[in-house]
Design a binder for this molecule. Structure first.
Ligand SMILES: O=P(O)(O)OC[C@H]1O[C@](O)(COP(=O)(O)O)[C@@H](O)[C@@H]1O
Ligand SMILES: [Mg+2]
Ligand SMILES: [Mg+2]
Length: 345
């Protein structure tokens, strides 16, 4: 990560966004307001997460989302916080979320804006009750002109994102943001209640000695995926000629944040545990925003076969395999999949 230049040290997110709008012309007023509102909502989620057992936020909500996953109380609370914060400000035409079956157009009683917001309100849900980092992931698209948005209006490839970001609620709360001009990190100053710029133009090293994957699924993987991991596990005695270390938080936000901080490759591959699902992670609000951030930081992001940002979505809750992080490792894993496909053709 580049250290923050003296002239930028201590700059708040609000000032950063005003400068991005006024001085650099990277964003318009609606997009600035949108990011401000999302950041405020993340602050509220951070407070809810931080109350832990002192608040009524742990455990399950007793409901399921559209994907048949049991919702935790914090999944539902975080979704409501983001929805309520964003509905009335006039910067959005519609929202969509992991926790809502269908998109939510802005009600007619409120002014409408030009943007669409797609989010995973609480990522890493299985970690909530055990006090391990969780987060929020979001992606911003433009709404097609004149549309009262329905699902088809949201189904745009990741290359059309105008902004993306995530918050990690960990030992500190950080917000990582791209407006398509590099990646910036803000840390929540809990006393002041504002996000402060703590990292500019974050970059992911091209090479790494660290991988993140749920190894318990190994027997369900495709052959090229097994081959890739076997090469890494063989260490100094294998074809790669060096040792690799493994980390797996099981919160995508935390695993990706580590990679943005010190490099690595994060993988959630296709597996045959449930052959009807082409992966676990969702394209629109997990893979796409993270792929945008990772590419903006000089890394790579693929499905093992193609660039994630080029995938044309077919449904809102579509799943994809994800390989992202340090460029040379993502390229090696992708090359093995392409070679296997070509040999099988
Ligand atoms: O339980 P597993 O297989 O390790 O999967 C963990 C992955 O699932 C996720 O928790 C899915 O996200 P949600 O919690 O938003 O459903 C990712 O954050 C994480 O990388
Ligand atoms: Mg998630
Ligand atoms: Mg989630």
């Amino acid at each position: 990560m580049s250290s923050v230049p003296a002239s930028s040290a201590g700059i708040s997110l609000s000032r950063f966004l005003i400068e991005a709008q006024r001085d650099q012309g990277h964003i318009d007023a609606q997009l600035r307001l949108l990011i401000e509102v999302v950041a405020r909502a993340c602050k509220r989620i951070s407070i809810a997460v931080g109350r832990g057992a002192l608040g009524d936020v742990l455990g399950t909500a007793g409901t399921e989302n559209v994907q048949g996953e049991t919702q935790k109380k914090l999944d539902v609370i975080s979704n409501e916080i983001l929805l309520e914060a964003n509905e009335w400000g006039g910067h959005l035409a519609g929202l969509a979320s992991e926790e809502m079956d269908h998109p939510h157009p802005i009600p007619n009683r409120y002014p409408k804006g030009e943007y669409l917001l797609v989010f995973d309100p609480l990522d890493g849900s299985s970690n909530i009750d055990v006090n391990i980092s969780v987060g929020t992931i979001f992606s911003v698209l433009r709404c097609p002109p004149g549309a009262n948005p329905d699902e088809a209006d949201f189904l745009q490839p990741g290359t059309r994102q105008v902004a993306a970001g995530y918050a990690v609620y960990g030992s500190s709360t950080v917000l990582v943001l791209t407006l398509g001009q590099g990646v910036y990190q803000f840390t929540l100053d809990r006393e002041q209640g504002s996000f402060v710029l703590t990292g500019t133009r974050l970059t992911i090293p091209e090479d790494t000695g660290e991988f993140a994957i749920n190894m318990s699924n190994l027997r369900h993987w495709e052959a090229p995926m097994r081959r890739y991991i076997e090469e890494l596990l063989a260490g100094t005695t294998g074809p790669r000629g060096r040792d690799f270390n493994m980390r797996w938080v099981a919160s995508m936000v935390a695993d990706v944040h580590r990679i943005l901080t010190r490099g690595g490759i994060f993988i959630y591959p296709r597996d045959m545990k449930d052959p009807t699902k082409p992966g676990k992670l969702r394209l629109m609000y997990e893979a796409n925003p993270m792929a945008f951030i990772v590419e903006q930081a000089g890394g790579a992001a693929t499905t093992g076969r193609q660039r994630i940002l080029d995938v044309v979505p077919e449904t809102l809750h579509q799943r994809v395999p994800v390989f992202l992080g340090s460029k040379n490792e993502v390229e090696r894993a992708t090359e093995l999949h392409r070679m296997a496909d070509a040999a099988g053709a």
